[in-house]
Structures are given as structure tokens and as C-alpha cells.
Design a binder for this molecule. Structure first.
Ligand SMILES: C[S@@+](CC[C@H](N)C(=O)[O-])C[C@H]1O[C@@H](n2cnc3c(N)ncnc32)[C@H](O)[C@@H]1O
Length: 215
């Protein structure tokens, strides 16, 4: 077994994820595709393969357990905003086949890369959309992002794509109090949970939000 696969397996186990051999292979293949196409598509500033594994794959895997707790393993439509090279959207689509994952990015090459990954890894539940998120209407049950914009911009720009009972799930670094303070008054932050990335000493959290409904 390669070192990278061993690190991935150990990290997934640490996160309590029960991934099949096929899913582990798909994650490794995805890593290979990012490395192969990074120069052409300009997908990420991270170049080192080991760093890609920890800072991108394992970091994105931390979203799975919180998301599944929310969806309770049921089918859901997920939108990953500003997905870039597909983080975390592609990782979600590989690990949770019941999720229907759309990854939107303003850069055509990035959306094309995601389409290419969906075809190569045979992921019918994944698609890349070349658009500004502001133009999407959805509806999506969960709208997520990682390393995207401020929380206020994220919710304002994606609001028209959110389903009636939908939620936002933002992957952040340090607890973003200033951004939370800047949210529109009718957005409820109902949970902020710390995330631990296996093998990384970094501060990460997940911010859960939903529109306040008026009775
Ligand atoms: C810093 S990258 C993050 C990529 C990825 N989520 C990750 O964690 O590596 C932010 C991405 O957001 C995209 N973006 C910026 N504004 C956008 C918008 N209004 N709608 C959709 N995508 C947008 C950019 O093209 C870029 O690929």
C-alpha cells in the first residue's frame, strides 16, 4: 500500500468514516487528477502531494460526518459554492452516493475539470456548473463552501438557490465572529462546531446557518 493511501485510510478512520476500497481508490484517483491537471486548470496553489492529501482531501473529509448527521443519510441536493478544483464537493460526491452534488464556479476551466472528474471516476451524482452562484435558483437542501467568501457574501449570493427548509454549511478556519456579526438579521447561526483535521494542527470550524422564518 502506498504511503498516501495509508495516510488517507488512517485519516478516514480517525474521522469515523467507513469508506469502501472503491471510495478510497476514487479519492486517490481524484488526488492524481488534481496533480495531473493543476498546471493546466490552475486548480490550487498547493503543489506538494502530501500537502494536497492533508490540506485538501483530509480537510474536506471533515465535512462528511457533520453533513450526514444533518441529512441523516437521506438523499439531498447539495451545492458547493466556489468549488474550485472540487473541494469539498467532489469528496462529498465520492463518499456519499446518496447526495446529489453540484459544484459551481465562475471559472469555466474549474467547472470543466469537475465534469471531467465526474466522467473519469464514474460519479453520476456529481456535476460542475460554470456560473456565478448569484444566478442559480436551485433549490438545494444544503449549500456549502470552503475557502470561499465572507459569511455575509456567501449567504447573500446563494440565497436564491436555497430550498425552503435548506441550510448553509460553511467550512471556516478560526471561529469567524466578525463575519457572524455581519450576517443579515434574518439569518440564524444555529451551530458552530470545531473540526479536527487528522495530522494537522490547525483551527477549523463549521458554521451552520438557516434563514429565520417568520411565523
Ligand atoms: C479560494 S477558491 C476555493 C476553492 C475550493 N472551495 C477550495 O476549498 O479549495 C474560491 C473559488 O470561488 C470561485 N468564485 C468566486 N466568486 C464566485 C461566485 N460569485 N460564484 C461562483 N464561484 C465563485 C473562484 O473562481 C474560486 O475558484
Amino acid at each position: 500500500m502506498s504511503d498516501a493511501l495509508a495516510t488517507l485510510k488512517a485519516g478516514a478512520a480517525e474521522l469515523g468514516l467507513d469508506l469502501s476500497p472503491v471510495q478510497l481508490d476514487q479519492l486517490m484517483a481524484y488526488l492524481g487528477l488534481i496533480q495531473k491537471w493543476n498546471k493546466v486548470y490552475n486548480l490550487t496553489a498547493v503543489r506538494d502531494p502530501q500537502e494536497m492529501l492533508t490540506h485538501h482531501l483530509l480537510d474536506s473529509l471533515t465535512a462528511i460526518a457533520p453533513l450526514v448527521r444533518h441529512t441523516q443519510g437521506q438523499a439531498a441536493k447539495v451545492l458547493d459554492v466556489g468549488s474550485g478544483g472540487g473541494l469539498p464537493g467532489i469528496v462529498l460526491a465520492i463518499c456519499r452516493p446518496e447526495l446529489d452534488v453540484s459544484c459551481v464556479d465562475t471559472v469555466g476551466k474549474k467547472a470543466a475539470f469537475i465534469q471531467q472528474v465526474a466522467a473519469t471516476l464514474k460519479l453520476p451524482n456529481l456535476r460542475g456548473i460554470h456560473a456565478r452562484v448569484e444566478t442559480l435558483t436551485g433549490p438545494f437542501d444544503v449549500i456549502c463552501c470552503r475557502a470561499f467568501a465572507s459569511l455575509p457574501d456567501f449567504v447573500n449570493w446563494s440565497r436564491s438557490a436555497l430550498a425552503g427548509q435548506g441550510v448553509w454549511m460553511a467550512m471556516k478556519g478560526k471561529h469567524p465572529q466578525a463575519e457572524i456579526d455581519g450576517l443579515p438579521a434574518d439569518v440564524d447561526v444555529f451551530h458552530v462546531e470545531p473540526l479536527t483535521v487528522p495530522g494537522l494542527e490547525v483551527e477549523r470550524c463549521m458554521v451552520w446557518m438557516k434563514p429565520l422564518t417568520t411565523a
